[in-house]
Design a protein around this ligand. Structure first.
Ligand code: SF4
Ligand code: SF4
Length: 366
């Protein structure tokens, strides 16, 4: 039986972002905690914390926080553009040429890499959770294809994690991913085929699973997609369509799993102890590391940024340059090399690296 046949669908109402927005006393609040009473205490506690981008957060920098607030405002403003009318006259290229063209178009628009997968039920959320205009609506599974792509997060900004530059960069790249997805979906519709963009806050698909199955990378210890050239230092975008395409093979990269087994740097550096230090476990029909999403999200709501310390210290996040790509080449080919690379990363960057200084121009912000 293929692995995907046994995987359960995620309910978007269960992710911390959706849960903490429930207003105490509202009908949605009562209905949710009647169904998931075990989540009520932790969510009530998170709701009492300062919150993401709050000026009361322990790492708050009000001038810098205005930047991600602007980015999230823009991403949200794109929500009504995720879908639209389909041109009456359709353009046909055939699945193989169209697949190549659309992936190249995504890269032309600004993506670093793009891949395609046929949609599986577990790619699609069972119910809407973050979009409060349609909270609780079931999401029907419709067969089709997904074009997934990555956008790069700036190395210097992410290395300053968990301070403000990291959430500035997240916000900026969510805008980029949303813009590319909206633009790409619109282009597909202009060719006469239905297409929908999936953007932050308005996903109908679980982007990391789609990206992995579209061949963009393996999911590592910290629960993010580890891409070959940038590791987890990316954000993801997705466009779904009924236009027939040719899927790329899913990523099943045993070398990433082996490296993560040995490395454990993200687990050691996580301030919330949210990343498991041990082996993978069987969860929801798949063998993987299961991060404590509640502990991670709780920490964000204490400090006011989206932390990303795990992403910053990961050896796969290093620069996309000749030296690090030579190391990546060796890591993919030899277990002995992987063992040495884990040690050498500690020697050169430290087992517990100190957060980098923000770029100089940020001193203007006070
Ligand atoms: S820090 Fe190490 S263990 Fe964590 S995801 Fe990166 S390579 Fe894997
Ligand atoms: S974002 Fe921060 S708190 Fe969350 S898992 Fe990564 S290091 Fe831990």
């Amino acid at each position: 039986m293929p692995e995907h046949a046994s995987l359960e669908r995620y309910d978007e109402r269960d992710i911390p972002f959706s849960r903490v927005r429930l207003k105490p006393g509202s009908a949605e609040y009562k209905a949710y905690y009647a169904r998931r009473p075990e989540k009520r205490a932790v969510d009530d506690e998170i709701r009492s914390l300062p919150g993401l981008l709050s000026h009361e957060g322990s790492l708050a920098e009000p001038v810098l926080f205005a930047s991600p607030e602007g980015s999230f405002f823009l991403t949200d403003a794109l929500r009504d553009a995720v879908d639209g009318p389909v041109a009456q006259k359709s353009v046909e290229l055939g699945p193989a040429r169209m697949s190549g063209y659309l992936k190249a178009l995504a890269v032309y628009y600004g993506a670093r890499a793009a891949g395609i997968t046929e949609l599986r039920p577990y790619h699609v959320y069972s119910h809407i959770g973050r979009d409060f205009r349609r909270y609780g609506e079931p999401v029907p599974f419709e067969p089709g294809w997904a074009i997934a792509f990555t956008v790069e997060m700036d190395l210097r900004m992410t290395r300053a994690a968990p301070r403000a530059p990291t959430v500035m960069e997240s916000g900026r790249q969510y805008v980029e991913a949303a813009r590319i997805a909206v633009q790409l979906a619109a282009a597909v519709r202009k060719m006469g085929h239905p297409a929908r963009a999936h953007i932050d806050g308005h996903y109908r698909v679980v982007a990391p699973l789609v990206a992995r199955d579209a061949g963009l990378g393996e999911i590592g210890r910290m629960g993010l997609v580890m891409t070959p050239r940038l590791g987890p230092r990316v954000r993801l975008g997705v466009v779904t369509t009924s236009l027939e395409l040719v899927p790329d093979g899913p990523t099943r990269d045993a070398t990433v799993i082996d490296f993560c087994e040995r490395c454990r740097k993200c687990a050691l550096n996580c301030p919330a102890r949210a990343i498991p230090d041990g082996g993978r476990t069987e969860t929801g029909g798949a063998r993987r590391w299961r991060i404590d999403a509640d502990a991670c999200f709780r920490y964000w709501n204490v400090i006011g940024t989206d932390c990303a310390r795990c992403l910053a210290v990961c050896p796969y996040s290093h620069a996309d340059n000749l030296f690090h790509n030579a190391v990546r080449w060796g890591v993919r080919r030899s277990a002995l090399f992987r063992r040495a690379a884990v040690r050498l990363d500690d020697v050169f960057y430290g087992r517990k690296p100190v957060p980098a200084k923000p770029p100089d121009w940020m001193r203007l912000a006070g």
